[in-house]
Ligand binder design. Structure first.
Ligand code: NAP
Length: 328
């Protein structure tokens, strides 16, 4: 009886178990002993550690490069269990981050993560997804991607994952360079493409999104198509201008203005990402081609404006200035 009193099922815990008294043998001996002090079983801490465990996820990151490692650092610091798999051997970086690295995707999938995060390059996403032994995962697994384009992975995941898997497409709109001082206030775009109606599936997806919310990200829910429309301007344009400026080989000077410093920073921010990433923004966002044409057109029109004015001045000088006679 004493043992059943000491170990009630956790959900039936009273809100405040402390002000209870040992009865039975102790009371029979004429002593009533309050158990406020240190106890062999501390219900409050057990309940809170259960709550804590329940809010933690086992997350597998597929594609453990620059961005995969950046995500793992924060996820791991929040107490989630991190696993990773990648084409290259990143085992020593993984162990320094407290992440279990699996060279073989079969072993990764057999570890039955709650969430698989696809963090590989846009260009390699399809072959990487197809190479995963999905049948080794639990029948209900949440797949999340973090690719910088969204319609492409949405269709890829819908077409290749078993119907029992949940899908959330996300884009943390920051990276190791722009978020080196934290994620607070930075936009995180997500689209719950397919999440089952049961409480556990809804809560699993929410726990994953909570990772970003907890860090203070600005959570923006929008469709993948809407994302790509906006992203062509704000992302592809930014990267294109940064890479264009990089071709000019700009250097810092003793008289840098604030504006010029901004340009140098833009080059640094955009060129620290891989060219594959930039290329993916172009190849896998149908709005990027139009943006590139608009940029080309805008540059031509600006040049026409400048040269047009120069032409007008030259014409005036040639034809309108008073002719000097040969004797003068
Ligand atoms: P990335 O160049 O876009 O991707 C590098 C990752 O892709 C590495 O894990 C690399 O694996 C893997 N990979 C490349 N080619 C592969 C191939 N042929 N087969 C198998 N794996 C291949 O650089 P990233 O910055 O790490 O970005 C990863 C993803 O996050 C991209 O989809 C990107 O759009 C997205 N993202 C990046 C940022 C950012 O700021 N960097 C921000 C938001 C979203 P190994 O390292 O093992 O070779």
């Amino acid at each position: 009886m004493l043992s059943s009193f000491l170990s009630p099922p956790l959900p039936s815990l009273l809100p405040c178990p402390r002000r209870r008294f040992l009865s039975s043998t102790t009371a029979a001996a004429g002593k009533i002993v309050a158990i406020d002090a240190a106890q062999a079983f501390d219900y409050e801490s057990r309940a809170s550690s259960l709550r804590d465990r329940q809010s933690k996820l086992k997350i597998a990151i597929v594609g453990f490069g620059n961005f995969g490692q950046f995500l793992a650092r924060t996820m791991s610091s929040q107490g989630h269990t991190l696993l990773a798999h990648s084409r290259s051997d990143h085992s020593s970086t993984a162990s320094s981050l407290g992440v279990s690295f699996f060279a073989d995707p079969h072993d990764l999938c057999e570890s039955h993560p709650d969430v698989v995060v696809l963090a590989t390059s846009i260009l390699s996403a399809e072959p990487v997804l197809r190479s995963l032994p999905l049948h080794r995962l639990r029948r209900s697994t949440l797949f999340a991607d973090v690719l910088s384009v969204k319609e492409f992975p949405k269709n890829l995941l819908l077409n290749n994952l078993p119907p029992d898997f949940d899908i959330v497409c996300t884009h943390p709109m920051f990276g190791p360079e722009s978020a080196k001082h934290g994620w607070a206030g930075l936009p995180f775009v997500f689209d719950k493409v397919r999440v089952g109606a049961s409480d556990d599936r809804i809560s699993r997806c929410q726990k994953f999104l909570d990772i970003f919310e907890r860090e203070g990200c600005r959570m923006v829910e929008m469709t993948c198509a809407e994302h790509d429309e906006h992203a062509a301007e704000i992302q592809f344009l930014t990267h294109t201008v940064g890479r264009l400026l990089a071709k000019l080989d700009l250097r810092s000077t003793p008289i840098n203005t604030k504006g010029y410093e901004t340009l140098l920073k833009l080059v640094e921010n955009t060129c620290s990402d891989s060219f594959d990433l930039y290329n993916g923004l172009f190849m896998y966002n149908k709005n990027s081609t139009e943006l590139l044409e608009r940029l080309d057109g805008a540059f031509d029109s600006l040049k026409k404006e400048l040269f047009g004015q120069l032409h007008d001045i030259l014409r005036k000088q040639l034809f309108e200035s008073p002719r000097k006679s040969p004797g003068n």
